[in-house]
Design a protein around this ligand. Structure first.
Ligand SMILES: [Zn+2]
Length: 151
């Protein structure tokens, strides 16, 4: 949580209860991101597991504590992704936020075909470096996936 200025207390359940941010009506600590008010636990989840896209999905508290931002207590609620399984069986690599996140082929295709959004937006959305987006678009990376697609 280096980039986010979050202060919290750890309770007996291991929950990181946020004390530095105001709660919204549902009891979730909120933070401003890109001018929008966003639940802090989503941001924390996104920072911790950038390889998991939470766009349009729910980030759920396993502990049921809405004030909690312990990444270990959060999972992404999408049955189709393996995020939940990866998180609950503890195999998610802790050091994996170095910008070399794994993208699924379907995501690479979406990035490659996306002409509407800027690389910066795509990089945020998919939790990868802007360079990765550029490399996908210029077919430097993932060429096996994009070579059949027309530009
Ligand atoms: Zn918790």
């Amino acid at each position: 949580m280096k980039k986010l200025d979050i202060k919290y207390n750890v309770n007996s359940n291991g929950c990181f209860e946020v004390t530095s941010h105001a709660l919204d009506g549902d009891g979730y600590p909120m933070a401003k991101r890109g001018g929008k008010s966003t639940p802090l636990h989503r941001i924390v989840f996104n920072e911790t597991y950038p390889q998991i896209s939470i766009e349009g999905k729910c980030v759920i508290h396993k502990c049921g504590n809405t004030k909690c931002v312990n990444p270990e207590h959060l999972f992404c609620g999408d049955q189709e992704s393996h995020a939940t399984v990866r998180l609950t069986n503890g195999t998610t690599a802790k050091g994996e936020h170095n910008g070399r996140s794994k993208l699924k082929e379907t995501e690479v295709v979406k990035i490659f075909l996306n002409k509407k959004d800027t690389n910066a937006e795509l990089s945020r959305r998919y939790g990868v470096d802007r360079k990765v987006i550029r490399d996908i678009k210029s077919r430097k990376k993932w060429q096996s996936v994009t070579e059949k697609l027309s530009t």
